[in-house]
Design a protein around this ligand. Structure first.
Ligand code: ATP
Length: 262
């Protein structure tokens, strides 16, 4: 469904992404992890064709992004870190407007509006102006605008950031429900959230993929003396700890450790 091949992105002399490659199949929910500045947003902005890569290709359903950018945009729904909401519009006015600019045919806009109002549980606030909503509702409006045109690929950049625990659970449930309808790529710093909704994790470090695997495999504890299963947090820390290796030139009285900068 989505094929990302050798994507690199340079900002001047700084390389934000370095030959990133992965594939996603229909119905996959994949968690994108990485420390601040690892390159997650840059990758998501390339996948949504907001910025172009310096090299490499993105193909969605067989269409090359560089050649069919307009067709591809219609197949993608995007919730950026800061959703593009207009505070003075009512929820339903804004969503009708979103449907129009995303190319939903006129005769289908009301049907799509009703669908996302129900799916995102926004019916009771549809007449309210967006500025008066709680952060949780605003985020659900952000997701509603991202799916109103029935995209095949949904990209969510830190969708639960700043929400309270109840609101987080509501947004996670909404994301989980997308599974039957579309492929989802989401980034978050809260690893337990990835454990709840995703089946697979892609970890980026300094612009490179350092891990791409299924959670069921990652969280299996290979050390059979440990009864506790691994957590994603442990996996994350293992990949971000400075590498410690025994120095071969150790003296008898002391064992020196060599810590690499990476
Ligand atoms: N337009 C730009 N010009 C120059 N450098 C940029 C630009 N956009 C991003 N960068 C740099 O690229 C690197 C990756 O940034 P990016 O926003 O993709 O990271 P991130 O993983 O999303 O981080 P966070 O978790 O903090 O959102 C950072 O060092 C950032 O400063």
């Amino acid at each position: 469904m989505l094929i990302v091949k050798h994507i690199s992105k340079n900002f001047g002399s700084f390389q934000a992404l370095d030959k990133v490659s992965f594939e996603m199949n229909r119905g996959d929910i994949v968690g994108l992890l990485g420390k601040n500045g690892a390159g997650k947003t840059t990758l998501m902005r390339i996948l949504t064709s907001f910025i172009t890569p310096s090299s490499g290709t993105v193909t969605i359903d067989g269409d090359d992004m560089s050649k069919h950018s307009l067709t591809i945009r219609q197949k993608i729904g995007y919730l950026p870190e800061k959703p593009p909401l207009y505070g003075d519009m009512t929820v339903q006015y804004y969503l009708k407007f979103a449907a129009e600019i995303k190319g939903v045919p006129k005769n289908k806009r009301l049907i799509q509006l009703a669908k996302v109002l129900e799916e995102c549980d926004l019916e009771q606030v549809k007449q309210k102006t967006i500025a008066t909503l709680s952060k949780g509702y605003k985020q659900r409006v952000g997701i509603a605008q991202a799916i109103i045109h029935e995209p095949k690929l949904l990209i969510l950049d830190e969708p639960t950031s700043g929400l309270d625990p109840m609101q987080i659970q509501q947004v996670l449930a909404l994301i989980k429900n997308q599974r039957d309808q579309r492929t989802v790529l989401l980034s978050t710093h809260t690893l337990t959230e990835i454990e709840q909704v995703a089946q697979r994790v892609i970890m980026i470090k300094s612009g490179r993929i350092v891990l791409d695997d299924y959670l069921s495999k990652l969280l299996r504890n290979k050390d059979t003396s440990q009864f506790q299963p691994l957590t994603l947090e442990q996996v994350f820390i293992n990949h971000h700890q400075p590498q410690v290796s025994e120095n071969t030139s150790q003296t008898p009285e002391s064992t020196r450790l060599k810590v690499s900068d990476e």
